[in-house]
Design a protein. Sequence first.
Length: 248
Amino acid sequence: MVTGASSGIGWATAEVLSKGGANLILCGRRENRLKELQSKLDTPSYILVFDVGDKERVFEKINSLPEKFSSIDILINNAGNAHGLNPVHEADLNDWDAMIDSNFKGLTYVTKAVLPTMVSRKKGHIINLGSIAGKEVYPNGSVYCSSKFAVDAFTEGLRLDLNPLGIKVSAVHPGMVNTEFSEIRFKGNKHKASQVYKGLTPLSAKDVADLIEFMVLAPDHVNIADVLLLPKAQANAYVANRKSSTKL
Ligand code: 8X3
């Protein structure tokens, strides 16, 4: 199961895992995009349309899965976004709610809804998409970073709780990835979004998907538990080697 499959890292992950032979449950808010993705996949897939932040719908949809798709082996908790990049005193409360609802609360709801099928079989692998923003705080990113720090803490807690059950819990923390991410953060301002990756080669969604595939394919006794994935040009959350003088 991949959440946020309608674009970016989620889309690329679904494509890579399908090429590797996995049946897929594609989750997202945009049904037309999920159908487009489904038409490109090599393996059987099932679409679930919901917003991860909508608690009731998350459980309703996941509990409605047909028999063939109801035993989930691998959950990729990818859905999430950034809204705004502002200092605390200027930020919009609605942006904060949207980030906390999808990046953190939504991830916990989906996990809770999927877990019963893993717990009863004592089998499964959950991979959460964190961020370098969950390891380091940067200016104007206070609540986005908080939501990703929360994902990091939840991942560790989940790994502890599921340890006796033999269920693997891992996290991937990407730095700069060229997806719709910055365009959404800057509310459709393509110019501002393009400045973020100016003068350097960011990660592609496929780079992250390839890492996820590697983690999924590790031998059963191996858990690649926590990976920070950066483009070569990025040193940390706010230092990058750019060919131009553009600053983050
Ligand atoms: C995305 C990476 O550096 O824009 O989570 O926060 S960053």
